[in-house]
Design a protein around this ligand. Structure first.
Ligand SMILES: Cc1ncc(COP(=O)(O)O)c(C=O)c1O
Length: 365
């Protein structure tokens, strides 16, 4: 329901027609709608977090480290180990989830025009709107891939200040090759814009990360998160990987002490447990591949996914979504005609999803 704003409330005119963003939070047995990692932290990690939280609690009368120096160093170590890069903490800017990183990018570089390829992560245009930035929708092909020459043409004719690429893309799960990103990066440099690559799901993909382009392309900035592969969504930790001068721009727009002492400390503990945490990625990839096959066996079109979710085609998305929910399975209707998105869950959730879908399709036949 759209809120009716009272006349006395001086809400900005361009926000009056909007409703709050968010996936439905509904009771379900299998919660497969927000691309979370289904595996809770191990006892060892819970104990380590609790011990660290107890230490930090003794210092909560003080503000946290405004520049999150230790956390930034740890994040740089993680990215270097994974991507073979040579970043220091100066290349990293952490915040409360990658959504806050994206908002900071808009605060620093927006207010004019940003371009993104639709369909993609719906928060990009929403944050654009919140920061009075004009959002230009660029096209994808029918299979949701990006036609690089056409993309470059659109960038040249629009001349935006920021170009967004999400890879692997949400909600499609598809990824862009590093060779194609490199070509787009050149055009983005030619028009004097910033290329923002949202890599929220990078750990699930075989493609090299765009962080490897930053040393030769200072206008490329990469948004990452601990919400997905690290199974740390509740802690709210996302980060930017960028050239130090782009990180300096983040410091202009950040709120003072934006990242709590508790968040910084427990994120460091999670990073110390990274080997254990990232083991879930392989398990999720093999479940994803298996579910993709099962969907194909059911005769449903499935997009090739490099993420922890799958986009698949059905005849009546709204009816299928409701029927699955009635059977305790919550997936996501992303508003894309003819498609639904399912997050990969644990074994029990995945089995429930497939059997509920089989029942639904039989009922429709
Ligand atoms: C592409 C993409 N970027 C960013 C985010 C935000 O993640 P968070 O704010 O939890 O880091 C999401 C969450 O689903 C996403 O799909």
């Amino acid at each position: 329901m759209r809120p009716k704003w009272p006349a006395w409330l001086p809400l900005r005119e361009d926000l009056q027609e909007l409703t709050p963003y968010g996936a439905p939070q509904l009771e379900s047995i299998a919660q497969l709608n927000t691309n979370e990692n289904p595996f809770p932290p191990s006892k060892a990690l819970v104990d380590a977090i609790a011990a660290k939280a107890s230490d930090v609690a003794k210092t909560l009368n003080r503000y946290p480290d405004r520049d999150a120096i230790e956390l930034r160093k740890m994040l740089a170590i993680f990215i270097n180990e994974r991507e073979g890069t040579a970043f220091s903490g100066e290349n990293i800017w952490p915040a409360n989830g990658s959504n806050e990183v994206i908002q900071s990018l808009f605060l620093a570089f927006g207010g004019r025009t940003a371009l993104g390829f639709v369909p993609s992560y719906s928060m990009h245009p929403l944050i654009a709107q919140n920061t009075s930035t004009t959002w230009v929708k660029a096209d994808r092909e029918n299979d949701f891939s990006i036609n690089v020459p056409l993309a470059c043409e659109q960038i040249r004719s629009t001349k935006p200040e920021m170009v967004f690429l999400t890879t692997p893309n949400n909600p499609t799960g598809t990824s862009i090759s590093i060779a194609d990103i490199t070509k787009i990066a050149q055009t983005v440099a030619d028009v004097g814009a910033l290329l923002v690559i949202d890599e929220a799901y990078a750990e699930f993909s075989q493609e090299p990360s765009a962080t490897t382009l930053i040393s030769n392309n200072p206008h490329v900035v990469v948004v990452r998160t601990m919400s997905k592969a690290f199974a740390f969504a509740g802690a709210r930790v996302g980060y930017l990987v960028a050239s130090p001068v782009a990180v300096d721009a983040m410091k202009i727009v950040r709120l003072p002490y934006h990242l709590s002492a508790m968040t910084q400390a427990i994120a460091i503990v999670a990073l110390e447990h990274r080997v254990e945490l990232l083991r879930s990625v392989d398990a999720l990839i093999s479940s994803r591949n298996r579910i993709a096959e099962e969907l194909a066996h059911l005769g449903l079109p499935v997009l090739p996914s490099s993420a922890n979710f799958l986009l698949f085609g059905v005849n009546s998305p709204t009816k299928v979504w409701q029927s699955l929910l009635d059977q305790g399975v919550l997936i996501r209707d992303v508003g894309l005609s003819g498609y639904l998105r399912v997050t990969i869950g644990n074994e029990a959730e995945n089995s429930l999803f497939i059997s509920a879908l089989q029942k639904t399709l039989r009922g429709q036949a």
